[in-house]
Design a protein around this ligand. Structure first.
Ligand code: URA
Length: 246
């Protein structure tokens, strides 16, 4: 089975992906067939339970982590928010002041905009997606995490992605996109296409904090979000006045 076709793809997306060629089809799991009346397939539940336990162990480890200097200023490490079994995972850069105080990602102004994108734009509840950051401790003055800080903390994020195993990933802003894709490419080259990370489609969009400074970029974010919704087979909620205008 190929990872990204665990549920039927919308026909236009399937066509689009087929144009990428077979090398982009990454096996997500070993394929086994079970003879009738013989060995029965293992239930996915034990694996799921193990992933949840692993996430809790990682959360605990992150709260005690001293691998980079960012731990010195933290009030709380900010591990994640949302459903660990989510189909959709958002990834930001790192906690700001509000997040450091509350121990939760995206709870300040930028977070409220992200919540609007999820709830008003996509018609999902925030609690049904999973939200995490590249670094778990707040960088001083909300500066961009250094490459050393990203490398020290990033393995937590990679493990989170493996445990949650969503059907789509959204990188919010250049820091998350560049870390996940191991590139220094500019946003204009990272947006507007579907990347693959360990067999999971990854869409790059603007960071909500950038949208607060440049509201005209919301139109492009809406295009990116529609791309994600097509991957997930979601249709946009019907609202008088349309989308992307708030
Ligand atoms: N910006 C981020 O990148 N992450 C947060 O959690 C909050 C703001």
């Amino acid at each position: 089975m190929l990872g990204r076709v665990s549920s039927p793809l919308p026909p236009n997306l399937a066509h689009w992906l087929s144009l990428l060629g077979p090398e982009t089809l990454v096996p997500r799991a070993e394929v086994r067939t079970y003879p009738a009346g013989g060995e029965t397939p293992p239930s996915p539940e034990p694996a799921r339970e193990a992933s949840l336990a692993r996430l809790e162990a990682l959360r605990e480890e992150a709260s005690r982590c001293t691998a980079c200097p960012l731990h010195e200023g933290r009030k709380n490490s900010v591990f994640a928010d949302g459903d660990p079994k989510a189909s959709l995972m958002f990834i930001g850069e790192g906690p700001g002041r509000d997040e450091d105080l509350q121990g939760l990602p995206f709870v300040g102004r930028a977070g409220r905009l992200l919540t609007d994108i999820i709830e008003k734009g996509m018609g999902l509840r925030r609690a049904e997606v999973y939200i995490a950051n590249v670094v778990k401790c707040r960088p001083p003055q909300n500066r961009t995490p250094t490459p050393e800080e990203r490398e020290a903390c990033g393995p937590f994020l990679i493990e989170q992605i493996r445990c949650v195993h969503p059907r789509a990933l959204v990188a919010l802003g250049a820091t998350a996109a560049r870390y996940l894709l191991a590139t220094e490419a500019p946003m204009r080259r990272l947006r507007g296409r579907i990347h693959m990370l360990e067999g999971i489609p990854l869409v790059v969009t603007w960071h909500p904090a950038y949208l607060l400074r440049r509201p005209e970029a919301k139109r492009e974010t809406w295009e990116d979000i529609q791309r994600v919704m097509r991957i997930l087979g979601l249709s946009a909620p019907r609202r008088p006045g349309g989308h992307g205008s708030s």
